[in-house]
Write a new protein. Structure first.
Length: 176
Protein backbone atom coordinates (compact mmCIF):
# COMPACT_ATOMS: atom_id res chain seq x y z
CA UNK A 1 0.00 0.00 0.00
CA UNK A 2 2.84 2.43 0.80
CA UNK A 3 4.13 2.08 -2.76
CA UNK A 4 0.73 3.15 -4.06
CA UNK A 5 0.59 6.10 -1.65
CA UNK A 6 3.97 7.25 -2.98
CA UNK A 7 2.38 7.63 -6.44
CA UNK A 8 -0.46 9.85 -5.19
CA UNK A 9 -0.56 13.54 -4.46
CA UNK A 10 -1.23 14.73 -0.93
CA UNK A 11 -4.61 16.02 -2.12
CA UNK A 12 -5.53 12.56 -3.43
CA UNK A 13 -4.45 10.80 -0.22
CA UNK A 14 -6.41 13.34 1.79
CA UNK A 15 -9.45 12.79 -0.45
CA UNK A 16 -9.13 9.02 -0.09
CA UNK A 17 -8.88 9.39 3.70
CA UNK A 18 -11.89 11.70 3.88
CA UNK A 19 -13.97 9.22 1.87
CA UNK A 20 -12.76 6.36 4.10
CA UNK A 21 -13.85 8.27 7.22
CA UNK A 22 -17.22 8.96 5.61
CA UNK A 23 -17.73 5.27 4.77
CA UNK A 24 -16.61 4.20 8.26
CA UNK A 25 -19.12 6.64 9.78
CA UNK A 26 -21.89 5.15 7.63
CA UNK A 27 -20.86 1.60 8.56
CA UNK A 28 -20.79 2.17 12.32
CA UNK A 29 -24.00 4.19 12.17
CA UNK A 30 -25.69 1.29 10.40
CA UNK A 31 -24.44 -1.12 13.08
CA UNK A 32 -25.64 1.21 15.85
CA UNK A 33 -29.09 1.43 14.28
CA UNK A 34 -29.41 -2.33 13.75
CA UNK A 35 -28.50 -3.40 17.26
CA UNK A 36 -31.11 -3.79 19.95
CA UNK A 37 -28.81 -3.55 22.94
CA UNK A 38 -28.32 0.03 24.09
CA UNK A 39 -24.85 -0.91 25.30
CA UNK A 40 -23.73 -2.25 21.91
CA UNK A 41 -25.56 0.47 20.02
CA UNK A 42 -23.88 3.24 21.99
CA UNK A 43 -20.48 1.68 21.33
CA UNK A 44 -21.01 1.71 17.57
CA UNK A 45 -22.52 5.20 17.74
CA UNK A 46 -19.36 6.34 19.52
CA UNK A 47 -17.19 4.86 16.77
CA UNK A 48 -19.38 6.56 14.16
CA UNK A 49 -18.97 9.86 15.99
CA UNK A 50 -15.18 9.45 16.03
CA UNK A 51 -15.13 8.80 12.29
CA UNK A 52 -17.33 11.84 11.61
CA UNK A 53 -14.98 13.97 13.71
CA UNK A 54 -11.99 12.66 11.73
CA UNK A 55 -13.74 13.55 8.48
CA UNK A 56 -14.50 17.08 9.70
CA UNK A 57 -10.88 17.66 10.74
CA UNK A 58 -9.57 16.36 7.43
CA UNK A 59 -12.05 18.52 5.51
CA UNK A 60 -10.92 21.58 7.47
CA UNK A 61 -7.32 20.81 6.56
CA UNK A 62 -8.31 20.28 2.92
CA UNK A 63 -10.09 23.62 2.84
CA UNK A 64 -7.15 25.36 4.49
CA UNK A 65 -4.63 23.91 2.04
CA UNK A 66 -6.65 23.80 -1.18
CA UNK A 67 -9.29 26.51 -0.67
CA UNK A 68 -12.31 24.23 -0.91
CA UNK A 69 -13.88 21.00 0.29
CA UNK A 70 -14.05 19.37 -3.13
CA UNK A 71 -12.12 16.17 -2.61
CA UNK A 72 -10.35 14.04 -5.20
CA UNK A 73 -10.70 10.34 -4.49
CA UNK A 74 -8.23 8.29 -6.52
CA UNK A 75 -9.40 5.09 -8.15
CA UNK A 76 -6.15 3.21 -8.07
CA UNK A 77 -5.27 -0.46 -7.79
CA UNK A 78 -3.49 -1.28 -4.59
CA UNK A 79 -5.55 1.02 -2.39
CA UNK A 80 -7.65 -0.88 0.13
CA UNK A 81 -11.42 -0.72 -0.36
CA UNK A 82 -13.58 1.24 2.04
CA UNK A 83 -16.15 -0.40 4.32
CA UNK A 84 -18.68 -2.24 2.24
CA UNK A 85 -22.36 -2.73 2.52
CA UNK A 86 -22.40 -6.30 3.75
CA UNK A 87 -25.92 -7.07 4.92
CA UNK A 88 -25.75 -7.88 8.61
CA UNK A 89 -28.36 -10.50 9.26
CA UNK A 90 -26.48 -13.35 10.96
CA UNK A 91 -23.70 -13.73 13.48
CA UNK A 92 -21.45 -14.81 10.58
CA UNK A 93 -22.24 -11.56 8.71
CA UNK A 94 -21.42 -9.55 11.81
CA UNK A 95 -18.09 -11.34 12.19
CA UNK A 96 -17.26 -10.79 8.49
CA UNK A 97 -18.16 -7.11 8.78
CA UNK A 98 -16.01 -6.67 11.87
CA UNK A 99 -13.08 -8.39 10.13
CA UNK A 100 -13.38 -5.90 7.26
CA UNK A 101 -13.72 -2.97 9.68
CA UNK A 102 -10.59 -4.04 11.57
CA UNK A 103 -8.63 -4.22 8.34
CA UNK A 104 -9.89 -0.76 7.36
CA UNK A 105 -8.96 0.68 10.75
CA UNK A 106 -5.46 -0.81 10.39
CA UNK A 107 -5.15 0.65 6.90
CA UNK A 108 -6.23 4.06 8.18
CA UNK A 109 -3.58 3.79 10.89
CA UNK A 110 -0.91 3.07 8.26
CA UNK A 111 -2.05 5.93 6.05
CA UNK A 112 -2.06 8.45 8.90
CA UNK A 113 1.40 7.28 10.04
CA UNK A 114 2.57 7.70 6.44
CA UNK A 115 1.10 11.21 6.27
CA UNK A 116 2.63 12.13 9.62
CA UNK A 117 6.07 11.36 8.17
CA UNK A 118 5.42 12.99 4.79
CA UNK A 119 3.78 16.14 6.13
CA UNK A 120 5.70 17.26 9.23
CA UNK A 121 3.73 20.50 9.37
CA UNK A 122 0.59 18.48 10.15
CA UNK A 123 2.17 15.51 11.88
CA UNK A 124 0.43 16.07 15.22
CA UNK A 125 -2.99 15.76 13.59
CA UNK A 126 -1.99 12.67 11.64
CA UNK A 127 -0.31 11.03 14.64
CA UNK A 128 -3.44 11.62 16.71
CA UNK A 129 -5.71 10.20 14.00
CA UNK A 130 -3.39 7.18 13.70
CA UNK A 131 -3.62 6.64 17.45
CA UNK A 132 -7.42 6.71 17.36
CA UNK A 133 -7.58 4.30 14.40
CA UNK A 134 -5.20 1.92 16.17
CA UNK A 135 -7.43 1.98 19.26
CA UNK A 136 -10.49 1.28 17.10
CA UNK A 137 -8.75 -1.72 15.50
CA UNK A 138 -7.66 -3.10 18.87
CA UNK A 139 -11.08 -2.81 20.51
CA UNK A 140 -12.85 -4.27 17.48
CA UNK A 141 -10.34 -7.15 17.49
CA UNK A 142 -11.26 -7.94 21.09
CA UNK A 143 -14.94 -7.81 20.21
CA UNK A 144 -14.37 -10.05 17.20
CA UNK A 145 -12.57 -12.62 19.37
CA UNK A 146 -15.56 -12.66 21.70
CA UNK A 147 -17.94 -13.42 18.83
CA UNK A 148 -15.61 -15.98 17.27
CA UNK A 149 -15.33 -17.72 20.63
CA UNK A 150 -19.09 -17.92 20.86
CA UNK A 151 -19.30 -19.34 17.33
CA UNK A 152 -16.67 -21.98 18.11
CA UNK A 153 -18.71 -23.26 21.08
CA UNK A 154 -21.69 -24.25 18.98
CA UNK A 155 -21.66 -24.62 15.21
CA UNK A 156 -25.18 -23.35 14.50
CA UNK A 157 -24.58 -19.97 16.18
CA UNK A 158 -23.05 -18.54 13.00
CA UNK A 159 -26.36 -18.81 11.16
CA UNK A 160 -28.44 -17.31 13.96
CA UNK A 161 -29.69 -13.72 13.69
CA UNK A 162 -26.91 -11.35 14.79
CA UNK A 163 -29.09 -9.88 17.54
CA UNK A 164 -28.54 -12.94 19.76
CA UNK A 165 -25.12 -11.47 20.37
CA UNK A 166 -26.07 -7.84 20.80
CA UNK A 167 -28.84 -8.80 23.19
CA UNK A 168 -26.46 -11.05 25.10
CA UNK A 169 -28.91 -13.91 24.54
CA UNK A 170 -26.17 -16.17 23.28
CA UNK A 171 -25.69 -17.99 26.59
CA UNK A 172 -29.28 -19.21 26.41
CA UNK A 173 -28.73 -20.48 22.87
CA UNK A 174 -25.53 -22.27 23.83
CA UNK A 175 -27.27 -24.10 26.67
CA UNK A 176 -30.07 -25.42 24.43
Amino acid sequence: MIEVLDTLSFKEILGYSIRAEEKAHEFYTRLAEKTKSSLVSSRYASLASDEEMHKRELLKLHEKLFGDRKIEVPDKEGLPPHEGDVPIETVRNLVESLEAAIENERNAYKIYKYLAKKKPKHNKLFHYLALMEKAHAESLTDELKLYQGVMSQKSDVASLPYDVIDNFEIEKRLQQ
